[in-house]
Design a protein. Sequence first.
Length: 234
Amino acid sequence: MPSEFRPIDGKPRTLFEDPVGTRYFPSLLSDVELGQLDRISADMSIGSVGTRVFDAALQSILGGNSSLMKLACDLVGSEAMAVRAVFFNKTADQNWSTPWHQDRTIPVHAKHERHGYEVWSLKCGIHHVEPPIAVIEKMITLKVHIDACLPNAGPIKVADGSHRMGRVRAADAASVAQTLPMRVCTANAGDVWAMSSTILHASGRSSSAASRRVLHVDFAVGQLPKPLEWFSLY
């Protein structure tokens, strides 16, 4: 893993501090880990808007000795915790495009009103809320590729540097992204894209007949103001 993200003087350097906001880790997953993800996703009916995963089978993929947890700890510090996991599978038959946006909600154990925590929702029985943007600026997202994602498979696109622009209004996301360099996140099976969770991103429709399965995992660090608590997967 790149040395520039390892802790320096006890203080981890995060993707938020990086001018680009995203990094590519080819062949990060072992054959065993990739095989486990393949089997888990094959047993699921993955919807067109993704399927949130709480399955204990993922613990071996996201646990303390896994490649993904080691990478997360390398990027945000040893207290990194997986707080959300979503499987996506884009195919020619199950297809969609996503406009430019920021991911701005977090999962919590229970709903408690706190200043700055707004727009509550319930997704798969889990409370979600939009926190102050500073909370999400400390998070990272790992896009874990179970299949190859070629340019015709509707890959994620990111706007370099947009993660350091604070909260971007949804109505302004596309126009802001167009002012910045764009990165297309193609990948091979077993590759991982890591990105600051505030980065502007989008994706187009797939024109491929092949599956494009991706496990999206959000990692957080630090505590929320009481009585709010992260929904931690493990």
